[in-house]
Design a protein around this ligand. Structure first.
Ligand code: PRX
Length: 646
């Protein structure tokens, strides 16, 4: 069967930054002469001291080292704010749309400057210096962007913890990077419900020491306990400081932020991104992938707690002097028409969201979409997980009325920015394919031994050489960085994703090939959910796998073995669900739990997840070789008892 194709609309090919010819020529230049290509592109930023070196990278597992623009000096906050003041001080930088549809406001570049400077001066007043780590646990309010840019301004490294994470998850992340300061709010507001952020911080701080200041932004005005000498309201602190703050000159390779993400083993890793290469890459991809032109209103629905929010709500758009919309709420509140109403309210031209939201809104019915105009829309985007062709077609036909190309952007927390994607003026689209590599990106598909496969093929996705936005290390654990990404297939960056390439050279991401699952576009290590489960006193063992889920993409399937004498009841399932939610956060809530008297293990005691995955997918016919199991009978029991899962 040939794949459906959607041609490039003539108006896009004519008006976009690049058409197909230009893409091919620029791509060729970028991979044949990375120094020349990126040396030019780097000039899109303002440098305090220009770089003379461009690319200096090695994927040799004995010496993994990634440096870009290494002798350049710049400041991210100056690039995202100050440099736009001369021409755009009255242009809106951030449109903020509240959870409540009656609440929204616009922040100009001038106001952004003042707010960022104030926040930076508050940080300084609390002793924050270059290189210090600052944990941000804020909801989607403009202060989250001010806080990020304020850290960048003074040279501090921010670590944003998604406001949906539990006190335990927050504590682990504060401890790992040794932050002395946490920026939070009294309460968050999502879908009409309050999120007790300050209370969560208090609970986290019972588990870690060393935090000397907690700065609390008033969002709801809710009554929250304040600890004398440690907790401060932001408004009172901001009233004491000036609205000007000089920027700290930063080396291109000085850290900008840490962002924790799940891997296949162990605790979440602190992905570290640096200053120059990251901003060059985030801003360039934002301009070309979304074909952003001055005056466009751009909306990415992600949360700043994830990398998409970092690169494509804050850093990329603001570096480009764009108008970026920041949304506090959720797509189905107060009704499933919310996104489309917001698009009409603010005349949004570019809309970027996740397949899980598209599927949910598709399920809610076309009438919520068709009752709105959406005439302002010219481009749609998708990110975070594979998009099924059915959802793609609905997004294209119903939301975009066959007028708006869809950019299905593949990338990761580690990559800093988009690596595989259509460009709207250049790329013929195929629903479900992320299509072709961005400039400078050299993907390859390898077999299990690391041999590069040519032509139309399927295997594991690696990237063979560095791009400027790549992560530089895992904070505090360079060895784990090397082990995780550069030893599986020597000489290449291993993405952890499986991938198919078709005869046209288009890439189709098939999903993770490691023990990471993707639940509603949120990345989760099965090991994290397992360790939360076994921390429960009634649980002796647990194994967690993903299974196909209509809305979430993947659901969380837990096989749980109880301690001797414990009863496998429905109440206990409920208790375990709540337990995982409170240990990690609601996003890790198990979808299905199956009590299992035993788990399939090899004679050396290793759990055979391959078999558990097949049972979770109801694919008993293809269980593969079970003869190496210590007790092959366990498998039949799991199959027989799968009816008990819920
Ligand atoms: O499996 C891929 C999937 O999300 C993973 C990265 O997750 P995270 O670091 O949380 O970043 C998400 C936002 C960039 C990838 O390894 N993924 C992301 N985008 C796509 C995707 N899978 C298929 N198609 C995509 N467009």
């Amino acid at each position: 069967m040939t794949d459906a194709v959607i041609p490039v609309p003539a108006v896009m090919a004519d008006n976009a930054y690049v058409n197909n010819e230009a893409y091919l020529a620029m791509y060729k230049h970028s991979v044949e002469d990375p120094d020349g290509f990126w040396g030019e592109v780097g000039k899109r930023l303002d440098w305090i001291k220009p770089y003379t070196k461009v690319k200096n990278t090695s994927y040799d597992p004995h010496n993994v080292s990634i440096k870009w623009f290494e002798d350049g000096v710049l400041n991210v906050s100056a690039n995202c704010v100050d440099r736009h003041l001369a021409t755009k001080s009255d242009q809106v930088a951030i449109i903020w749309e509240g959870d409540n549809p009656a609440e929204s406001k616009s922040i100009t570049y001038r106001e952004l400057y003042e707010n960022v400077c104030k926040f930076a001066n508050v940080l300084k007043a609390h002793g924050v210096k270059k290189g210090d780590r600052v944990t941000i646990y804020l909801p989607m309010i403009p202060e989250a962007a001010y806080a990020m840019l304020a850290c960048a301004r003074v040279g501090a490294i921010h670590s944003i913890v998604f406001a949906g994470f539990s006190p335990d998850s927050l504590a682990g992340r504060v401890e790992d990077c040794d932050s002395k300061i946490i920026l939070t709010a009294d309460e968050g507001l999502r879908g009409g419900r309050k999120v007790p952020l300050k209370t969560n911080v208090d609970a986290a701080l019972e588990k870690v020491s060393g935090v000397t200041s907690v700065i609390v932004v008033k969002r709801t005005g809710g009554d929250v306990p304040m600890t004398d000498g440690r907790d401060y309201f932001y408004d009172a602190e901001a009233a004491k400081v000036s609205a000007d703050c000089p920027v700290e000159p930063m080396n291109a390779e000085d850290p900008l932020f840490i962002l924790y993400t799940s891997g296949s083993t162990g605790k979440p890793k602190g992905v570290l991104h640096t200053t120059g290469g990251y901003l060059v890459y985030a801003s360039m991809t934002h301009q070309y992938v979304f074909d952003y032109h001055d005056g466009d209103v751009y909306w990415c629905t992600a949360d700043v707690g994830w990398v998409t929010g970092h690169s494509y709500i804050v850093y990329g758009p603001l570096a480009n002097g764009a108008t970026t919309l920041m949304f506090e709420g959720v797509p189905n509140y107060p009704s499933p028409a919310r996104c489309w109403e917001v698009i009409d309210k603010h005349n949004v031209n570019i809309f970027y969201t996740a397949p899980t939201a598209i599927r949910a809104l598709m399920g809610a019915g076309d009438e919520h979409v068709t009752k709105t105009s959406r005439k302002s829309l010219k481009l749609l985007g998708s990110v975070g997980e594979p998009i099924n062709p059915e959802a793609w077609m609905w997004y294209y036909n119903v939301v975009g009325e066959k007028r708006c190309p869809i950019v299905d952007t593949w990338w990761q927390t580690e990559t800093g920015g988009i690596l595989i994607t259509p460009l709207p003026g250049a790329t013929i689209l195929k629903p479900g394919s992320a299509t072709r590599p961005f400039f400078g990106v050299e993907p390859a598909i390898v077999d299990a031994e690391g041999g590069i496969l040519e032509g139309a093929t399927e295997g594991n996705l690696v990237i063979t050489t560095s791009w400027p936005g790549q992560m530089r290390t895992i904070y505090g654990d360079h060895e784990r960085f090397v082990q995780t990404y550069f030893t599986t297939y020597k000489g290449y960056y291993f993405t952890g994703d499986g991938c198919r390439r078709d005869a046209d050279g288009y890439y189709w991401i098939t999903g993770r090939v490691d023990d990471v699952i993707n639940v509603s576009g949120h990345r989760m290590g099965t090991a994290e959910v397992e360790s939360a489960l076994v921390a429960h006193p009634k649980v002796s063992e647990a194994a967690v796998v993903g299974y196909p889920h209509d809305l979430k993409g993947q659901g969380i399937y837990c096989y749980v073995t109880l301690m001797d004498g414990e009863e496998p009841t429905d109440d206990l399932k409920k208790e375990l669900r709540n337990w995982v939610r409170s240990e990690i956060g609601p996003i890790a809530s198990p979808d299905l739990i199956q009590f299992a008297p035993g788990l399939p293990k090899t004679r050396s005691g290793k759990i055979m997840r391959r078999i558990l995955r097949k049972i979770a997918e109801d694919e008993f016919g293809s269980l593969g070789d079970t003869s190496t199991l210590a007790d092959p009978g366990v498998v039949n029991d799991l199959i027989d008892n799968r009816q008990n899962r819920k």
